[in-house]
Design a protein around this ligand. Sequence first.
Ligand code: TXA
Ligand code: MG
Length: 312
Amino acid sequence: MNTVVLPFDDAAIARAAELVRAGQPVAVPTETVYGLAADATNPQAVAAIYAAKGRPSFNPLIVHVSDLDLARTLADFPAPALRLAEAIWPGPLTIVAPLMPKSPIASLATAGLSTVAIRVPAHPAMQALLRAAGLPLAAPSANASGTISPTRAEHVLKSLGGRIPLVIDGGRTMVGLESTIVAIDDAGLRLLRPGQLSAEDLAALARVPFIASDSNRIEAPGQLASHYAPALPLRLSADSARDDEWLIGFGAIAGDRTLSDSGDLVEAAANLFDALHEADASGRSAIAVAAVPDNGLGVAINDRLRRAAAPR
Ligand code: TXA
Ligand code: MG
């Protein structure tokens, strides 16, 4: 793929919006770092982000929206979260909140979680793209997995050149560090990822206590689950269903529901979390999954399936 670099202007935004609406990821500056943005409501577009980054695992992504009103249609913000959003957005702050019922956000963007990380970015290029595309955009940093976050268009090109269609060049990003991520309700504010804004200052703005979290206890009850896994036991590399299993198929193995009957890994990634949720709710006593090849997006799919199959 030929990667085009366009300076930030109306024509570049119009082209980027066209690509995003067609399900492609594009690199665009935000005030923190360059993001690799794709339609958060289109599961195949979200899968394309992972394919371009070559990430070996699926993590929930940050969903970017143009304004708080739009954010409130996607997530259910408790009152202190709204106070904070009103004080800081647009800006380098991400808030994790429960997804609205029937939210259009693709399950791959939240990695199957019932919460979503949302932010309203301040950079004029990302703002213009959000408004031109008229969509929420999932956007991790625009760099290949395992490399440092890009603060200039040249960094993006060096890392993802040939793998994405477009980079919008808006010069150097101001903050240079990913957004501060918080989870917040009446009980207090928890810091999930440090950034430029300090958690103590944010808690004061939201008028709630700052809950310092001890990193050893992140997975303890009451803490935010950072990974979705099905409740039922899961068996890997199944050729057919045994006993009372719900079979998730791939390729020639049809199953009760397939990840991709044509063996397409982008389609399989796009379907993964919906298929796991459906299997979990099937009323059967266990889940089996057909083998998925361990290349390209299959690496991230298998990482998630192995974790789901591990004894808990
Ligand atoms: O500055 C930024 O935030 C950049 C620019 C491009 O906007 N974006 C960025 O996105 O860093 P991303 O998708 O790489 O951030 C993912 C982080 C991970 O640490 C992930 O665990 C956390 O957000 N996260 C996302 N959804 C979450 C959720 N529902 N619960 C807890 N953490 C979540
Ligand atoms: Mg990153």
